[in-house]
Design a protein around this ligand. Structure first.
Ligand code: NAD
Length: 497
């Protein structure tokens, strides 16, 4: 299928912006909505229910009722597994529709929505489904006259608040472990990308997840999001988003019921290239590919490259030579590799950072301008700055757009210090063919994930999350069950014969 076919299908894809509460599609209780436009070309996608505190309260009540009567939590893990596997199958069966909604909503290329976002979301749900009847509880090694059972129990009602950069995948990372372990969920998607979450909730109902177990209330962060995070009957919040809003999540918990808060926040990941790496070109091409993927709107984008001065000129030339292949183009064309930024606000933010880089004396190597403005969409050229200093705004702050900063260093100690001189600690990468240096530096880097001589490995089996202001808790892997379960100890007395 070519761009014209996907264009025609996009024009015909059904869009329903109503919330899904207790198994039913419903308008906001006060009837309010907001208009959602596509960043591809500004087209109106439709009205989206503008959830408020009352809508959140209705969803939390439905979720609580579902939890208390055991219609989901009371099922054997193997029974939940079967239903969640069906949910994953339904996601895959709706691949084209979900991919179109994702691309229209937030601007990513259709080829990646099809090949990455939809299958990854389905795989995540299927993996937690498959895992849940293989996780055992514990018996503690106590004295013989007692038995201590250490068991995991679902927490109850989980509030999930997610961003717009990978809407389905971020939701699936929370839904998988939260639902598999028996909780009920109220999901508040980003107001910038609510469409796939709403469709996922419908597919979940079709798959047999009982009404009330998985609810989606769209709306703004300061309205629906705040109401969910402040709600007295929500047991935990799984949040992915900015560090700024992550801070508020902790405040909301403090102001309400001390609900658990799991924050997966921003990043400014360092990509450190030493002169003893044999294949400098592979390092340079990898950083371009990882940086410009998803328009640079990835929490783990390697946006701070630290490169040894002796190879820096060559490295910069290769990265600059890669940029043309990442020029933004029509997201509905299956050949496109870089699409639109999520909206006009993000476009302004990214262009503002480019101005800040120029203003603070960084050298613009390539890009730096808005693109395709004639389409009415939000596009920016892949942009590379050289001569960046770690104290500059573009090296300190998360830009969340296709802007790469290159910083030069002289010694290993300086590279480690620069890499760690960040408020964030999500990911990092070390490039060196010296095995001692690779291990030494990987150990010294303060990040939740460190890559060595690559940047793209990713699997549901491994934890994902950050040190420092990149968050707490971990998404993915069996560790994610820790976030949505309470650990209970039950003591039993054993009398002597
Ligand atoms: P954001 O923090 O602006 O919004 C995230 C979500 O929070 C949205 O649903 C939004 O509506 C909601 N929200 C906003 N203000 C709120 C408030 N006052 N109360 C309650 N909810 C509120 O982030 P964004 O712009 O949507 O996403 C980009 C950010 O997400 C980046 O910082 C990125 O690094 C981060 N991110 C992190 C990870 C990770 O796993 N660490 C993954 C993806 C994205």
């Amino acid at each position: 299928m070519g761009a014209a076919d996907w264009g025609a299908r996009a024009a015909a894809v059904p869009i329903d912006g109503r919330a899904l509460v207790n198994g039913q599609r419903v308008a906001a209780l006060d009837g309010q909505h907001f208009d959602k436009h596509s960043p591809i070309d500004g087209r109106l996608l439709g009205p989206i229910a503008r959830g408020q505190a009352a809508d959140i309260d209705a969803a939390v009540k439905a979720a609580r009722a579902a939890f208390e009567d055991g219609r989901w939590a009371g099922k054997a893990p193997a029974a939940r597994k079967k239903i969640l596997q069906r949910f994953a199958e339904k996601i895959l069966a709706a691949r084209d529709e979900l991919a179109l909604l994702e691309t229209l909503d937030m601007g990513k290329p259709i080829q990646y929505s099809l090949a990455v976002d939809v299958p990854s979301a389905a795989r995540t749900i299927a993996w937690y489904a498959e895992a849940v009847d293989k996780v055992y509880d514990e018996i503690a090694p106590t004295a013989a006259n007692a038995l201590a059972l250490i068991t995991r129990e679902p927490m109850g009602v989980i509030g999930v608040i997610v961003p717009w950069n990978y809407p389905m995948i971020m939701a699936a990372w929370k839904l998988g472990p939260a639902l598999a372990s028996g909780n009920s969920v109220v999901l508040k998607p980003s107001e910038k990308s609510p469409l796939t979450a709403l469709r996922l909730a419908e597919l979940a109902v079709d798959a047999g997840i009982p009404p009330g177990v998985f609810n989606v209330v769209p709306g703004y962060g300061h309205e629906a999001g705040e109401a969910l995070a402040l709600h007295m009957d929500v047991d935990a919040i799984g949040f992915t988003g900015s560090t700024r809003v992550g801070r508020r999540m902790l405040e909301y918990a403090g102001r309400s019921n001390l609900k658990r808060v799991y924050n997966e926040l921003g990043g400014k990941s360092a990509f450190v290239v030493f002169p003893d790496v044999a294949d400098v070109a592979r390092a340079a091409k990898t950083v371009a590919g990882s940086m410009f993927f998803n328009q640079g709107e990835s929490c783990n984008a390697p946006s701070r490259v630290l490169v040894h001065a002796s190879i820096a000129d060559r490295f910069v030339d290769i990265v600059a030579g890669e940029a043309p292949q990442y020029q933004p183009a029509d997201p509905l064309d299956p050949a496109t590799v870089m699409g639109a930024l999520v909206d006009g606000t993000q476009l302004k933010t990214v262009l503002g950072y480019i101005d800040a880089g120029l203003g603070e004396g960084a050298r613009l190597v390539t890009g730096g301008r808005q693109a395709r403005s004639e389409t009415g969409g939000c596009y920016v050229e892949p942009t590379v700055f050289d001569g960046v200093l770690n104290g500059m705004t573009i090296a300190r702050e998360e830009i969340f757009g296709p802007v790469l900063s290159i910083i030069r260093f002289e010694t290993e100690a300086e590279a480690i210090a620069l890499a760690n001189a960040s408020a964030y600690g999500l990911q990092a990468s070390v490039w060196s063919d010296n095995v001692h240096r690779a291990h030494r530096v990987a150990r010294a880097l303060r990040a939740g994930t460190v890559h060595v001589n690559q940047y793209d490995e990713d699997d549901i089996t491994v934890p994902f999350g950050g040190y420092k202001q990149s968050g707490n808790g971990r998404d993915k892997s069996l560790h994610a069950f820790d976030k949505y379960t309470e650990l209970k100890t039950t003591w039993l007395r054993i009398d002597p014969a």
